[in-house]
Design a protein around this ligand. Structure first.
Ligand code: HEM
Length: 439
């Protein structure tokens, strides 16, 4: 049967998206109106098929190509071709190396101490805010940029990597609307030269990380005999993919906790129980923070930091879901509206409600695995998922052990799409030390 969807318009879909207030809201509207599989106009692509039915998502999980047109704007960042759109054969070995470094416990443990210092630095600064509101999103995305910088380039010592300069250069690259301006290309050159210095330091036998140590990203890429250009690209793409996403995951979680003090109290009680008098968890403590984990997951359901994904089919397919069975030809753009998936009322009763209990092990086991996809799915899913969870849990643990968060009255928080699900005017919060919060 034909895939349902709105009438096609001469403007290629631009008007409908802007009328809805952006692609993120348009997707939710489309799926509420037409069901789990919808045909719609996606500017730059033509007609795409959007899938918010988890059963249908599962049927697409093996597709291993992305529509390159949608990622063309990132091309200037990469020298050897954007890793997010390279073909399946070239992508698979690169993904293996990346997972070996990013997903492994040794690499999380090795960087944990550095991460703790960075979060405690921010907590110290917030403690000095003296009752003024702090801007969660601004400070937490800056924090996660410092974390990923330490992770991807770190361990190399201050003579090789000057962390603040790298952070500044990366911010220039991200803030320039046109990545080919002189300012952006100077910043890119600076980043690439830094990666080259780290490679040279490894090659020069300076024991930054032992040769068989896959917990170091650059070392792991060198051991896989990847070209220097690809190593530079990988650092760039990793930093790009890692920092806004992880930062907003934490700021949306604190936003929700500020509006649900009873949940925040339960998180604080768990932190008191697991950490005792300590201000930060050890790596091994994270496993004990089960309620915090449920809260973070529910927050990424309600505000998925990366709200979309996309694939391109390489063969004709039949998709069979709750609303019908549809044939789609090879070459179709399949769009993943992660936010709409997470709001699908067939799988999430009262989807707008914040309920961490949706993530008890029993509730998770009773639900389709593809109803919750904050890190995407299949061979192009997020390689940084494990690391992101460690960073986010650690950050939340330190901040919620020490502070209470109160929303600034009258400030409306509006999610907009800026590659990530972003709060339009940030999320200001008043931060109070817990010990003196009148307990
Ligand atoms: C809470 C934080 C994060 C979220 C919600 C997130 C989410 C996502 C999503 C939705 C995708 C697209 C998946 C798909 O198309 O199926 C993605 C891709 C990716 N992410 Fe993440 N991410 C996060 C943090 C990170 C971190 C910390 C890193 C690296 C250290 C990272 C590295 C990547 C890379 C390299 C890709 C491209 C995957 C590929 O094309 O093979 N992400 N991420």
């Amino acid at each position: 049967m034909p895939i349902p969807g709105p009438v096609l318009r001469a403007d290629g879909g631009v008007g409908a998206i802007s009328d809805a207030g952006g692609l993120h809201l348009y997707q939710r509207r489309l799926h509420a109106e037409y069901g789990g599989v919808v045909r719609f106009q996606l500017p730059g692509v033509g007609v795409a098929v959007s899938v918010a039915d988890p059963l249908v998502l599962e049927q697409t999980v093996r597709i291993d190509e992305r529509p390159s047109a949608l990622f063309a704007f990132l091309e200037p960042l990469c020298e050897a071709g954007n890793l997010q759109v390279i073909g399946a054969e070239e992508h698979a070995p690169w993904r293996r190396v990346l997972l070996e470094a990013l997903a492994g416990r040794p690499s999380h443990e090795r960087h944990f101490g550095e991460f703790v210092s960075l979060v405690e630095g921010l907590a110290e600064r917030w403690a000095g805010a003296g009752g003024d509101a702090v801007l969660l999103q601004k400070d937490l995305t800056a924090l996660s940029l410092r974390m990923i910088c330490a992770y991807a380039l770190g361990g190399a010592g201050s003579d090789v990597v000057r962390a603040e300069e790298v952070v500044d250069a990366f911010e220039v690259v991200l803030s320039e609307a046109d990545p080919t301006t002189q300012r952006a290309s100077l910043a890119l050159d600076h980043l690439r030269a830094t990666v080259d210095r780290v490679i040279a330091a490894h090659e020069g036998g300076r024991e930054i990380a032992p040769e068989d140590d896959r917990s170091d990203l650059i070392r792991a890429l060198m051991a896989a005999r990847t070209s220097p250009a690809r190593i530079r690209d990988t650092v760039m793409v990793t930093m790009l993919a890692a920092h806004h996403t992880t930062g907003v995951a934490v700021s949306w979680t604190l936003h929700l906790l500020g509006r649900h003090p009873e949940v925040a109290e339960r998180v604080a009680a768990e932190l008191d129980r697991v950490l005792g008098d300590r201000s930060a968890p050890d790596y091994g403590d994270l496993r004990e923070l089960t309620y915090l984990d449920m809260v973070l997951k529910e927050s990424m359901r309600l505000y998925p930091p990366g709200p979309y994904g996309a694939r391109e089919t390489t063969e004709d397919m039949v998709l069979s879901g709750a609303d019908g069975t549809y044939g789609i030809p090879a070459g179709t753009t399949v769009f993943y509206p992660f936010w709409a998936v997470h709001m699908n009322p067939d799988h999430w009763p009262e989807p707008e409600e914040f309920r961490p209990e949706r993530f008890t092990p029993e509730a998770v086991a009773a639900r389709s695995r593809f109803a919750y996809v904050p890190f995407g799915l299949g061979p192009r899913s997020c390689e940084g998922a494990g690391l992101a969870m460690v960073e986010a849990q650690l950050t939340l643990a330190v901040l919620l052990k020490r502070f209470r968060f109160r929303p600034v009255e009258g400030h409306e928080v509006t999610p907009v799409e800026r590659f990530v699900l972003w709060a339009a005017d940030d999320i200001p919060m008043v931060v109070t030390p817990r010990a003196t919060a009148g307990r």
